[in-house]
Design a binder for this molecule. Structure first.
Ligand code: AMP
Length: 469
């Protein structure tokens, strides 16, 4: 993340509960993009903000839209359009965190890949804030399940990515269904011509804010020359030497993702693939396990990793050098967030040296080369993730909330809260991360006990995966 400024949130005209909540979240100083965009946004101005993931952009627009929100009015007052479901879910979570200060603000995610009907039912109860992908939001508008006539804030998040993904027409159609009096906040990492076109059409005298990405300076980058037939094994050499707690390894093809996962798992790493051939549910499960620290290596294609924001990503490995220098920047920009130092490692065969040359030119710096055969494996073998994930058959539809699961584990089952990690509740399943060493015992105790007065089925995700293999 770009380093924070020396400007505290308390310099903004925010409510006392909002300021208290920000402090509780550990948000004391504004990040650069927040310091640049919040004053005009809170004053009601339209905005074109050029900012990358990790810059704190979500909080920038979330604080602005919450500022204008009237909780007593149950109509939809804010809409955030996002390119992907993952991003929409992250944005929803961040808005919910930031909205804790106010009463009962309902935030709803509207994305493709989930059934329409539950979304329509939830909308019927009213949602103050909707976050979704343009196609699905348009679907709801056409069916009349979403009404934007009371909208006061429209956010276009990662607008360049939405255009890349062919959402131009849907975006235009959605914007046309919103009141002209709305405030529009456009966030985009780049500023191609299409964005300009969109902005001219739909923004009113927008203020442009831009912050330089501070990321590259905080990222240690090393490259290693590799022979083609060593490539996959070289990844484990890197992992065993640097021992990062969390890594994304980027591959150029799905096939290579699967092959690499097989190699890494055979060597004792907990690695999972993320690519376009996965069913939505499998994809969600992989992301949950990576984010809750039950999986230490995510092996992904660029498309699959779009919009993914994982806090505390220690290392990025380029299993192959991408031909696109912008993609390279995007890949390595995923590490070194939140002021932490990042590590970016690149494996390059002789055939890929031309690509390395173009990257050097773009970054304006020379590559630091290391030698694979000089890397020593650290003692202790492949680093195991800190946590393990349990799946509970039962979710939001069964009225299960994270607190119920935490309660069952720390109550009757006798574990301490410190042994329990992230809890994700989806419609029909819940996932809870527990310390790796207690996973089997936790399955046993939860299965023998009760959750909300009922027996539940519980299993380790790792057992599920091995029985499916
Ligand atoms: P984003 O660029 O919106 O994906 O945010 C990157 C990360 O920074 C998220 O995990 C936020 O929770 C965190 N964050 C945003 N604003 C602040 C802040 N002012 N201080 C500390 N952390 C922040």
């Amino acid at each position: 993340m770009s380093a924070s400024t020396d400007r505290p949130f308390s310099t903004l005209p925010l409510s006392a509960p909002m300021l208290a909540n920000l402090a509780q979240l550990g948000y004391e100083q504004m990040t650069a993009i927040q310091a640049a965009s919040l004053p005009p946004a809170l004053a009601g101005q339209d905005l074109i903000a050029q900012a990358q993931t990790g810059s704190g952009k979500t909080a920038a627009f979330a604080i602005a839209l919450l500022h204008r929100l009237d909780a007593a009015d149950s109509r939809t007052q804010s809409l955030v359009l996002c390119p992907t479901r993952e991003l929409a879910e992250q944005v929803t979570q961040e808005i919910r965190r930031l909205a804790r200060a106010a009463d009962n603000i309902k935030v709803l995610t509207l994305c493709g890949g989930s059934p329409m009907k539950p979304q329509m039912e939830s909308l019927a109860f009213g949602a103050h804030i909707a976050v979704g992908t343009p196609g699905r939001v348009m679907d709801h508008l056409e069916r009349g399940s979403l009404d934007l006539s009371a909208l006061n804030t429209l956010v276009l998040d990662e607008a360049d990515r939405m255009l890349d993904m062919g959402f131009f027409d849907d975006m235009v159609a959605v914007v046309k269904r919103t009141p002209k009096s709305r405030q529009t906040l456009l966030f985009s990492a780049t500023y191609p011509e299409d964005i300009d076109k969109l902005a001219q059409q739909f923004l009113r005298d927008p203020k442009r804010v831009e912050v330089a990405s501070a990321a590259p300076a905080q990222i240690r980058q090393f490259a290693y020359e590799v022979a083609e037939e060593q490539r996959l094994h070289a990844v484990s050499t890197l992992l065993n030497h640097y021992r990062p707690a969390s890594t994304i390894a980027f591959c150029n093809t799905k096939r290579q993702c699967d092959d690499l996962v097989d190699v890494l798992n055979a060597q004792g790493f907990v690695a999972m693939a993320l690519h376009g051939d996965l069913e939505q549910r499998d994809r969600d499960q992989v992301l949950i396990q990576f984010a809750n620290r039950s999986c230490s290596v995510l092996v992904a294609t660029d498309v699959a990793a779009r919009g993914l924001d994982v806090a505390q990503l220690e290392c990025v490995i380029n299993v192959e050098v991408t031909p696109d220098t912008e993609v390279h920047t995007h890949r390595i920009g995923r590490t070194g967030r939140a002021g932490a130092e990042g590590l970016a490692l690149t494996l390059a065969s002789l055939d890929e040296m031309g690509r390395i040359g173009r990257i050097e030119q773009m970054q304006g710096r020379e590559t630091t080369w290391g030698k694979l055969d000089e890397l020593q494996p650290a003692a202790g073998g492949p680093l195991q993730p800190a946590m393990d994930t349990l799946q509970i058959l039962g979710g939001r539809k069964d009225k299960i909330r994270p607190g119920d699961i935490l309660g069952a584990l720390t109550g009757e089952a006798g574990f301490t809260a410190a042994q329990i990690g992230k809890i994700n509740v989806t419609d029909f399943h819940s996932y809870v991360a527990v310390e790796r060493g207690i996973a089997r015992e936790a399955v046993k105790r939860l299965s023998n006990g009760k959750l909300k007065g009922r027996k539940v089925k519980v299993r380790r995700m790792a057992d599920l995966a091995s029985s499916a293999a």
